[in-house]
Design a protein around this ligand. Structure first.
Ligand code: NAP
Length: 307
């Protein structure tokens, strides 16, 4: 049976699209993907999502979004899309379980943390190297932690990691930071946080688990080893667009190209969130894009006499 609308992704963009589409009676089918909730579900304290003046945890926010989307008839399935065929309508979507035919599609597959690309990084994932403080911070109670990056993620997660680590050093390649003023202020006031500016990691070393890193000071050119237990990497993201390669227009970094109403290069296929937005990248902007994509999908379907 053909579905009216499928949504790939279950972060704020996908779940907001689902909410709006469900309220338009489209009973959207949401493919939750490998990590329900997307990036915000691996975030700790969310203090800037309107409506929650006391802040809330990332997973709690996604759970609430899910509940709201399901209340109006969204069907969220824990399947990961493995293939898509957008060459003709209905589009075909393949998972390990089944193949689905859909009249329209919203892509909300988001972005994934970018690796640092240094020796030792891949080898020690799960054994000292991590991209998720909420997931792994607990294992570093009383330990030496470094956080790599100078953006909001690095500072926010470094602050969270001070609950566990005896010291958290933020290692950044410059001496100015992209992170916002509030997070910089919180970090400056936290006695467990130290900033290591103008520094990159040359290698991550260990013996079964991480034991130390080699720092390179970019001002002096000097290398220095430093004992650490946990290396948390927050150096930006890459869009999860591989599935659509050769089928949808993308920019040189792999972000989907959309028009001002979030239409991709294929009629009936819309994009929402960090899969096309490399600029704002906030939970609230992704949610807004999800809303816009759903409204456009509804209009598209109405034009096909699908209600
Ligand atoms: P980001 O803002 O792109 O920052 C990435 C950081 O990693 C930059 O400091 C960058 O250094 C550094 N970096 C990139 N490649 C590197 C490499 N190969 N080696 C060493 N350092 C490298 O990414 P983000 O912090 O993940 O934030 C993404 C978006 O989410 C932003 O728009 C941010 O505002 C938002 N966000 C907001 C909150 C919040 O509002 N509370 C929390 C988390 C994230 P350079 O600065 O030198 O380029």
């Amino acid at each position: 049976m053909s579905e009216k609308l499928a949504i790939i992704g279950s972060g704020p963009a996908g779940l907001t699209a689902a909410l709006y589409a469900a309220r338009a009676d489209l009973a959207p089918l949401v493919f939750a993907g490998p990590a329900f909730g997307g990036q915000i579900a691996t975030t700790t304290e969310v203090e800037n999502f309107p409506g929650f003046p006391g802040g809330l945890q990332g997973p709690e926010l996604t759970a609430k979004m899910r509940e709201q989307a399901e209340r109006f008839g969204s069907r969220i399935i824990e399947e990961t899309v493995e293939s898509v065929d957008l060459s003709q309508r209905p589009f075909k979507i393949g998972t390990s379980e089944s193949t689905y035919e859909v009249a329209s599609l919203i892509i909300a597959t988001g972005a994934t943390p970018r690796p640092l690309g240094v020796p030792g990084e891949t080898e020690f994932i799960g054994r000292g190297v991590s991209y998720c403080a909420t997931c792994d911070g607990f294992f570093f109670r009383g330990k030496e932690i470094i956080v790599v990056g100078g953006g909001d993620s690095a500072f926010q997660e470094a602050l969270f990691l001070t609950k566990f680590g005896k010291r958290v050093r933020i290692v950044h390649r410059r001496d100015t930071f992209r992170a916002g003023a509030t997070l910089l202020k919180y970090a400056a006031a936290n006695p467990k946080i130290e900033i290591v500016p103008n520094t990159v990691i040359e290698t991550i070393n260990g013996n079964g688990k991480v034991t130390d890193v080699i720092f390179k000071n970019l001002k002096t050119g000097q290398n220095a080893p430093s004992a650490v237990d946990g290396v948390f990497i927050f150096v930006g993201h890459e869009p999860n667009s591989q599935l659509f390669s050769g089928q949808l227009a993308m920019d040189e970094s792999g972000y989907l190209v959309v028009d001002s109403r979030l239409h991709t290069s294929v009629p009936g296929v819309f994009a929402a969130g960090e899969i096309h937005d490399s600029w704002f990248k906030q939970a609230i902007t992704s949610a807004g894009f999800g809303c816009m994509a759903a409204l456009e999908a509804e209009k598209f379907l109405a034009g096909q006499n699908i209600h």
